[in-house]
Structures are given as C-alpha cells and as structure tokens.
Design a binder for this molecule. Sequence first.
Ligand code: SF4
Length: 367
Amino acid sequence: MKFVDEFRDAAAVRALADHIGSIVTRPWTIMEVCGGQTHTIVRCGLDELLPREIALVHGPGCPVCVTPIEMIDMAIEIARRPGVILCSFGDMLRVPGSKGDLFDARAAGADVRIVYSPLDALAVARRETEREVVFFAVGFETTAPTTAMAVHQAARLGMTNFSVISAHVRVPPAIEAILSSPSNRVQGFLAAGHVCTVMGIDEYRPIVERCRVPIVVTGFEPVDLMQGVAMCLAQLEEGRAEVENQYARSVRADGNREARRLIEEVFVPADRRWRGMETLPQSGLALSRRYRDFDAIRRFAIALPDADEPQECRAGEVLRGLIKPPQCPAFGKACTPERPMGAPMVSSEGACAAYFRAGRFGAAEAR
Ligand code: SF4
C-alpha cells in the first residue's frame, strides 16, 4: 500500500540503523512524544537496533495516561447522576480513578457507553432527548477538532442535553515542562506527526530557540522513526537546534487551518494537572466562554479534590521518561493489562502496555 509498505521496509530500517551508527560519536538521549510511536519502537525493537550511545526514552504522549485521577473521578461522579448517559472511548473505561473505574460505575448501574467519536455521542443525545448525554473527551490536538465539531454542532442545533468533560491537552507545554525539569536528561525530541498535521510546526520554534533542543516532527512507521532519529542525531552531532519535518507526506507547516480554527473557536488554553506531573500552565483545552454552557463540569457543578496515584505506581516517572516500565517493581506482577494499577498499563498507547505486549520484562529490555 502506497505510503505504508515502503515505511515498513526491513532493509530500509537496517540501512538507517547502519547510517545512525556511522554518525554517532557520543551518548545522546532522544524522547519520542507520542504513545503510538512508543508502541512501534517497542513492538519492532527499533531501540535495540540503535547503537548503545543512543537512548530512546518515552514521553507523556498517551492522552489516556496523562488524564489526572480527579478527572476520572469527576466522570464517575457525573455518570452516577440520575438520567445521565456518559460516553467515552473504550480505553477510558478501564483507567483507574481513586475509587474504581468507569466499568465499576457501569456495573453499579450507571449508563456508561463506549463510542468511537464525539459525533457518536452527539447522535446519542439527538436520539435520547430526555436524557443528559455527557462526552468524556480526551486526547491531544489530534482529537480536539472532532470534539470541537460536536460542540459546535450541538450549539447550532440548539441542543441542551449534550455536554463535554474536556480533558484535552496540548503537546508544547508538556515538552517545555520536561525540558525545564531539574531531572531532565532529554536532548532531542521526535514530535508527534499527527498532532502537527492539525497544528503545524510553528509552535515548536520558540521552544527550539529558547531551549536549544532539536525537534523533529516524525511519523509512526518503523522507517519514519528511524529517519526521525537520524535527523535528530545529525542536529545533535552538528550542534544545531532546529524544527525539522520528517513527516512531510502528512504535515504542512501551517497544519490544517480549518481544524485549528475550530479548536480556537470552541476551546481556550487552560492550566491543567497531568497524571504523574504537576499542573502545567496553559496545557489543557477548556471550553471557551461562547461554549461554556456545554461544559459538563460547570453544568453538574462538580468539584473534586486532586487525587494521587497509588504509591506503588511509578507512572509519573514513566511518563517523563525517567524510568522505563520494566524498572517499575509492579510491572508484570501486581500490574498487568488484566489488573492495571495505572493508566500506562491500560491504554492502547501506554508505554507499560507496550512493553508487556512485546514480552519485554527484564532490565536488559529497559535500555
Ligand atoms: S507498570 Fe503499572 S504500576 Fe508500574 S508504572 Fe506502569 S502502570 Fe504504574
């Protein structure tokens, strides 16, 4: 298939690994930001093909994983209200809150439904006009446009029984937070290609200039990722710090203007706590003043205190690239995909789930 097969070509991957080996002169640490990229790297063993000088670490790019516990608790609290139908993506139903997950709420009688799009949730609201339909929205700038479209349509149709818990988050503030942390060891980033397909690449330029760190917008197939590493490494070795675009077959410099316009109309940046991290300024997307009637937290007047991870779960360190999943003592023992202790073991984009599925259980696999 055009644009897929050639980016899964094993010989091309090996050739890129050889090229990377020929230009590296010293140790470097590079972070891929997206959970989809993490899964490709771990599933295909790309990190094991790289020379030992290059450490690939996994970033906070799984939106389900970074949704804070208190937002799960809010969704459960709203789902329990009489007359409410709570809709979300399947992964969200298994993410632990402080006292159980949305599946537990459903087992206890709450009407919690899995949907594949916010527009599906909107369709439920149009059918069930006597019920309050709430969409629990998660994701980076990639999924925000469809949530924005659902809210925009609900407003246009004059609907009063549809609202959204917006847990959408933005990538650039997360990169800035990682770079400004005293424990940071990341020297270059592979940015998520799909986010940049929507947002373009310009918002990374101030970070590159301020922090002198290369950022390479990268795709999701094995050849994409090896090319991204090679481009990032070339910058590091040459002392350059620029925004480069490996994923040019999908990403334009200014992104998708219509999707961006819709995001800017429906949402405003807001401070947001990330699971395992502190509150990051302007890192979330809250409903704008014009659409605030569709804000479920406001509509249901919910306010819950911040909640902490179980002490045994080291998701915060995993999400900041400080440890790899096999270095968590609970990995594969107390924490498995069947009995997850933390979100990175639940989500299809979570780093802990990626290592578990690839059978990478030992310290050697955590390089
Ligand atoms: S393996 Fe489980 S307990 Fe450990 S960090 Fe990952 S999700 Fe948390």
